[in-house]
Design a protein around this ligand. Structure first.
Ligand code: NAP
Length: 326
């Protein structure tokens, strides 16, 4: 049987390399879309050992012409759109760029697939942030109305609905993964979990004296990126395209993340190392995100494998190893 071909956008971010690992192990031919840089950063694909297995193609999600040429050239069976301006905090400072990448970029990609490879299946990385503070009994599932509370979430609302509309209007196989927070040792440095794992490791090694954060009482449903990319793949193998919440169903505060990270390093009393700075607080806050993975469990047979504690330990251990030069 001919090898299946997949195109991954956002290949150099966190999820791209994990997804590439999964698809290469399944025998796929994997193309990765990268932007044109004089010095592209392959550290995340190197970390997962996939750089040499990926065929890199140059383009930009905001440039419809480049998407059209790439899709025409490789006629993928599956497209995973992971490209985004994914940091919520930056979306207040750069709402236009965030809109161009997260909203219009998805429209261009949908157009390109429809014109050049209409049989291709599309996974769109949507977000639990679509719900904002809305929930039913504290839980967010596919039936809870969206109420985005950041420019980032608003841009993802557009792409969520555009994906649904291309599916319903043109019969295309397009699916949204409503992804709740997921982490790993290659999470971007600006995200709070990675700030904590790196900051705690630096303090332990005597490389830093303190860790400066915003509100540490917000609560999130944190899973492992390696588990979440499996859900993305399962969504495209199902006979019918649909939208799924991908989450663990467990919630923890940033305070608990700090506690677990510092305790891993033998530091039980970490209060003196952590300082609050209002510059890291946001104009509007989403206090709690807690997703229900029940539909994904029932329909796709997916469930998260790594526990909260295992994820925190993995991140802290990796940062200690990296900073110690191991
Ligand atoms: P990430 O680490 O921030 O990676 C995003 C990638 O998008 C980067 O590789 C970046 O490329 C690429 N990108 C940005 N602008 C682009 C453009 N104009 N053209 C082409 N590529 C562009 O994100 P992630 O954590 O892997 O998340 C993957 C997806 O899931 C994102 O859509 C994110 O919004 C969504 N999501 C993530 C989470 C989470 O907790 N991780 C939760 C919900 C939803 P460069 O390397 O060139 O900068």
């Amino acid at each position: 049987m001919a090898k299946k071909t997949a195109l991954i956008t956002g290949i150099l971010g966190q999820d791209g390399p994990y997804l590439a690992r999964l698809l290469l192990d399944k025998g796929y031919r994997v193309y990765g879309l990268i932007r044109r840089y004089s010095n592209p950063n392959f550290s995340n694909t190197d970390y997962l050992g996939v750089t040499s297995g990926i065929e890199f193609v140059t383009g930009d999600i905001t440039d419809e012409k480049s998407l059209m040429s790439i899709i025409k050239l490789i006629t993928p069976d599956e497209v995973y759109n992971l490209a985004a301006q994914s940091f919520v905090g930056v979306s207040w400072e750069q709402p236009k760029t965030t809109t161009e990448v997260n909203s219009l970029g998805v429209l261009y990609l949908l157009h390109a697939i429809r014109s050049a490879a209409p049989g291709a299946r599309l996974f769109q990385a949507s977000t639990g942030d679509l719900f904002g503070n809305n929930s039913v009994g504290g839980i967010q599932n596919e039936t809870v109305p969206f109420k985005p509370r950041s420019p980032y979430a608003v841009t993802k609302l557009y792409s969520y609905w555009m994906t649904v509309n291309f599916r319903e209007s043109y019969g295309m196989f397009c699916a949204n993964g409503i992804l709740f927070n997921h982490e790993s040792p290659i999470r971007g440095q600006e995200f709070v979990t990675r700030k904590i794992s790196t900051g705690a490791a630096k303090i332990k090694l005597g490389l830093a004296a303190e860790l400066i954060l915003g509100n540490i009482d917000t609560r999130r449903d944190w899973g492992f990126a390696g588990d979440y990319v499996e859900a993305m793949w399962l969504m495209l193998q199902h006979e019918r395209p649909d939208d799924y919440v991908i989450a663990t169903g467990e919630v923890h505060s940033i305070r608990e993340f700090l506690d677990t990270a510092f305790k891993r390093l033998g530091i039980d009393d970490w209060g003196g190392y952590v300082r609050y700075d209002s510059k890291f607080s946001r104009p509007t806050e989403v206090y709690t995100l807690l997703g229900s993975p029940e539909k994904a469990k029932k329909v796709l047979g997916w469930s998260p494998k790594l526990t909260f504690e295992a994820i925190v330990h993995m991140m802290v251990d990796a940062d200690i190893a990296r900073l110690s030069g191991c």
